[in-house]
Structure formats: C-alpha cells, structure tokens
Design a protein. Structure first.
Length: 414
C-alpha cells in the first residue's frame, strides 16, 4: 500500500507541501496548519482558522484517512467529494462505475465525450433507463461541451438538454472555459445540480460541484483527471495562493484563469513575474523581445498600451482583453513582467551558471546539473534569480515555482 501522506500530497499538490521536501525543511516553515497522517507530518499551505467551516472539513477528511486501513485513490476521491460538496457515497460510487465504463470504451477504440448533470430530482416513471444501461449507445455519440444528460438522484436519465454557451458566470473563473456555463445551473434554486461530470474524448475528466466550506457557496472544480492522474482541489485556497504570490488580486485572477484555459487546450506557455527586478537585457538572447514600450513592432507597442503599466497593476487587464494576454503566452519563449509593467514578449533566456552572488551561483549550478527542456530550464533559471514562474506544459500540467515561507517549492496541478 502506498504511503498515505505521499498519496494525499500528490492528490492535493496545491494544498500540501510536496513530500519531496526534506523533513527538516518542512519543520522550519511557519504560519501553516500541520496534519498528522499515519505518523507522517503533512504541512498545509495555509494557516486555517480553527473555527472555520474549512477547518472542520479538513479535520473530518484527515480523520477518515487515518481511520481507513486499506486506502486507495478512489477512496480519497470519494471522501473529498463528500466533505467538500456533500456528494454521497452512493453517488460517488456510481460516478466511479461510470468512469470505469467510459475508460473501457476508450480501450476498445471508441472515443466517448459525455457531460452529465446530477440533480436531487426523482425520475419520472416513464424514464427507467439508467445511464450505465445506455452507455453502449451513448458512447458512440460525440457530445459537444454544451449538450448534457440530466440524471435524477436514482441515476435515471431525465432528459437530454443543451446549455446556453453564453451563460457564463464570471466568478467561476476557476473552471475550464468550456464548462463555465454550467456554473449558471448551480444558481437555479428549483432544480440545482449537486454535481456535473465531464468526460472528454482524450480520457480527461472534470468534476464540478457546489462547495460549501469557504462561505462563498459557489460552483467550483472539485477534482480532475489528466493524463490518467487525479488531482483534488480546494479552489478557494488556490485562488488565495495566486493572489498572495502575485501581490495583486487582478493579476492572480487573470493568470489563474489563463493557466486553466491553456492547460485545458493543451497549449504550452511560460510567464515570469520578476518582482525583484533581477532579470534584464543581459539575460535575454533575443533583444527584440524586450524594450516593449519602445518596440519597433507596432503590435508589441499597442500591447504594452493595452496592459496597464502603473505600479502594482501590471497585467491587470480588462476581462475583454484577457484573450490577448493568453495569445502572447503561447508564443515561443516567455512573457516577463514586473510591478512596473510588461518587460518582454517571446523572450529566450540566456541560461548562465555563473553569478556574482555565490549563493545564487551554487543554486544555478545545482539546478542545471542535468539537461532540461527549454521551458523547464527557463522556469528554473527565473526561480533561482528570485522571480516567480508559471509554466503550462502541453500535456496540461501547470507548474508554479514560488518562494513559500522561506522555502522554494514547485506546485503542480491539473
């Protein structure tokens, strides 16, 4: 059986310190909440108010993990759905059965794409076919992102419906863009869903629910499976992490939304926040990418004008301009900005392992002791210089290198 603490850290990488961190380093970190799982110290990324609803959620969750002898990923997923959103064991067991059926269809070279909305309604007497019974037919229909099956609490199909793709709720920015309209269903007081299930033809899947522990009571992403690897989410805390690390709510909000969209679309990208102003023209191989404000390229000059460049408002762009930033993040190279504004677009960093400061030079030589990919190398380089790097891989993984209570950790999710 896998180590429980390691399993929890892998499933909640944005919430718990990765187990690769040395125990002695973990113990030096302050302002956090610690949990003991089978004798292993698991450190939370946040100091959680002991009187809050969230504290009760995590206390119950950790208690379940410690009390369950034979624990696997499915057990953890089902318990997280229950404590975070009130999804019953019966419902989550049915979901796991549904996933197994869909995976089997994919193994038989059928590529199902399915959206299911679970509600507390009871099925009409005339609707007796369950979703599992109907899968042999439904798996051969390629559902679009806006077509879904409405299921009752007893897992009978009530109807096939189409959602208004324009009905997107802005506060649901932590949901992959194609599924944002589903957030509008959760505001329906007469027939609100308890969970939405989205299975993609490539095997990726997303579970969206109505979280009830932050006080905001909103639709959010509860769990996802990408590249056959599960992650669970406390999106409210992940948003808080982005806000705090980028020193600005607008920056954090836009970057998290863009990262989710690029991840879902399997587009790679790298954005670097150089808060300490350690990166300059000497670190950039293609000088035409920097000097954005005075660039000879009219597009880059206009782009700089779009992005507000007043202190601490860098990249605080209007929502209707967010697509522009998303597009430039997909260019070869990286986007670099600081609190004063946009520094470079499509920049290629010159990786150097020598530095006037000995501690930085040692860190550089340690980081580049092996051959790395371009984005990975640039991300590590920026991090060693004191900047923060947000990297989206083409396989969908979002990597966030950040200073974290006097330690540097890499958070991976999605």
């Amino acid at each position: 059986m896998r180590n429980k603490a390691a399993m929890i850290s892998e499933l909640f990488p944005h919430l718990f310190l990765p187990q690769s961190q040395e125990r002695t380093r973990v113990k030096t970190i302050t302002k956090i909440t610690r949990y003991c799982i089978d004798g292993d110290d698991v450190a939370s990324a946040y100091a959680i108010d002991a009187s809050s609803k969230r504290a009760v959620v995590y206390k119950n969750f950790v208690h379940y993990v410690n009390q369950t002898d034979q624990l696997d990923v499915t057990d953890v997923l089902k318990q997280w759905l229950y404590v975070s959103s009130g999804i019953t064991d019966t419902c989550s067991s049915y979901i796991m059965q549904l996933i197994a059926h869909l995976d089997q269809e994919r193994h038989e070279d059928i590529v199902p794409s399915l959206n299911v909305v679970f509600t507390a309604e009871s099925a009409a007497a005339s609707h007796k076919a369950t979703l599992i019974d109907s899968l042999n037919y439904l798996c051969r229909i390629n559902f679009s992102a806006t077509v879904y099956l409405l299921l009752s609490s007893d897992f009978n199909i009530i109807a096939t419906k189409e959602i208004d793709a324009s009905a997107s709720i802005e506060h649901a920015f932590n949901i992959p863009k194609p599924f944002a309209p589903y957030a509008s269903l959760f505001s329906n007081t007469t027939s609100a869903p308890i969970l939405t299930f989205h299975y993609q033809s490539n095997g990726d899947l997303f579970l969206l629910g109505h979280e009830h522990y932050s006080g905001r009571n909103q639709c959010t992403l509860l769990a996802s499976r990408r590249n056959q690897k599960w992650h669970c989410y406390d999106m409210d805390l992940l948003e808080t992490l982005f806000y705090a690390r980028f020193n600005n709510n607008h920056i954090g909000k836009h970057l998290l939304k863009i990262a989710f969209e690029l991840s879902y679309e399997h587009h790679g990208g790298l954005i670097i926040y150089d808060r300490s102003n350690r990166i300059d023209h000497r670190h950039i191989l293609n000088p035409q990418s920097s000097g954005v404000k005075n660039s000879s390229d009219p597009f880059i000059r206009n782009l700089h004008a779009v992005i507000r460049s007043t202190p601490k408002k860098a990249l605080s762009i209007a929502p209707n301009m967010r697509q522009i930033l998303k597009d430039i993040m997909t260019l070869d190279g990286c986007v670099i900005f600081n609190d004063e504004g946009l520094m470079a677009v499509g920049a290629l960093l010159s990786i150097q392992t020598t530095h006037p400061e000995s501690t930085i030079e040692q860190a550089l030589q340690s980081a580049f002791s092996s051959i790395l990919g371009g984005r990975h190398a640039a991300s590590l380089y920026a991090n060693v210089l004191g900047a923060m790097a947000l990297k989206i891989s083409q396989n969908g993984t979002i990597t966030f290198d950040t200073r974290y209570y006097n330690d540097t950790v890499t958070l991976e999710f999605l």
